[in-house]
Design a protein around this ligand. Sequence first.
Ligand code: NAD
Length: 508
Amino acid sequence: MTTATTSSSIPASVGRFGATSDAFTTFSDARHWIGGAWCNPISTRVTHEVPNPRFGKSMATVHLGGADDVDAAVKAGAAAQREWAEWPIRDRAHVMYRLRELMVKHIDELGWLVSHENGKIFGEAKAEVEKGIECVEYGCSLPNLAAGNQLEVSRGVACEVVYAPLGVVAGVTPFNFPLMVPLWMLPQALVGGNAFVMKASERVPLSTMRLAELLKEAGLPAGVFNLVQGGREVVEALCDHPQVKAFGFVGSTKVARSVYGRASMAGKRALCLGGAKNHLFVVPDADVNVTAENVVASFTGCAGQRCMAASVLLAVGDVDHILKAVRDRAAKMVAGKDMGPVTTQAARDRITSYIDAAEKQGAKIMLDGRKASADAGGYWVGPTIIDGCTPDMPAAREEIFGPVLSVVRVPTLEKAFEIENANPYGNASSVYTTSGDIARRVMGRVEAGMCGVNIGVPVPREPFGFGGWNDSCFGAGNITGWDGYRFWTRQRKITSKWALQRDQNWMS
Ligand code: NAD
């Protein structure tokens, strides 16, 4: 059912990614996947290199698509969706069971692919695949969760609720989790009976391509999942396309806000997750080792390129002994072994410019990652701790998206709440304390959707839903868990009267 032009030079399969180490490895160029086959863009001929951030050189080329490719993908989805929706939910979920088995079988291959195109170290990449598998497992469980309700509401009259698909739906994903974020959306949307058009980040298009092939191998009919490569033009075409009924987005706040408005104006259901500036509260009674271990893991993991990463440490009172332990632990991290590079040279420049500016404004660089390097080339920034930030400094206010922890010293918890509550984001917040009372007070006051006690990355694991508040999320609800299923489906209410009429009321 491929409606986009195909060419004989396009391989029927992208094969397996051959890397088993960090050594530079090239891979197939990125193409669209429409109607169950690889294809070229219809008209746009712009290409974009896929950088391997560890080496700073291209491992593949993406052929960026346009509105005509989106239209071809939506048409392929629409043609396949009706029959897919007629499969019983249990049969649709069986595709997820088989996908899970394939992901487990190919976990190392997938891990290396994520590691090479994104830059995160192999252990982190494999953990990303494992988290993606958990999302697929949630999809497997949907037949047990998605039973509707039925009730005899009047003598002989029954009301019933069933979850119906929306039709063709779309998702757009960021660079920092090439495999996991697509799997935040796909299991619920597909098991819900929809066809999907996805646009992966043009910086990391390769993992999603492999996912397309694994879905096919798992038994997903051609056209139910489609992938259009591209950038802004493709995203805007998805927002505008009248046949796309729901639009999911994960990326920066600036883009999330704008595409939420655009998709909503076009009459679509939209859920758009944005950026973050996560605050950690550290109080004097906190356990030194637990705090140091978790804070360092949070701000350096994935080189700080996580929407759940620690970004501002609110040091309440005298916590110098804890800050010293955080610094000592972070200083031991080895670039290339414990931590990967950041995504591009532009990202490196942006991150170091925040450190330079904070230093000029009078903050003290307690640990300086500006000179970090590992492999030849590549975009490296080491763990950095900036002490003595004031709340108005850009390093303390804006999303840096790198391995940088900005320390703001405050005399009281009240002052800490004031600063955390005033930041426009609302993704995550954590407290480090041995006091249940302090933990409860912080959990009750922070402006964040995902909160942690003595944990650095408080990601709600399945079946709990993932989603922030305020400028970190436009639209209602969470993107994973049951909210995800509700987002990608609509409720049909059926009222039936089969029995002979035996009484009279307003329904008669
Ligand atoms: P990004 O906003 O630059 O890009 C995200 C997607 O939007 C990509 O597919 C990109 O091609 C597309 N895009 C970029 N500019 C666009 C534009 N002007 N119009 C339409 N589409 C556009 O984000 P990124 O750099 O890929 O990812 C990092 C950001 O994502 C960070 O801000 C991070 O906090 C955020 N993020 C948030 C969550 C969450 O759950 N809240 C999860 C992961 C990442």
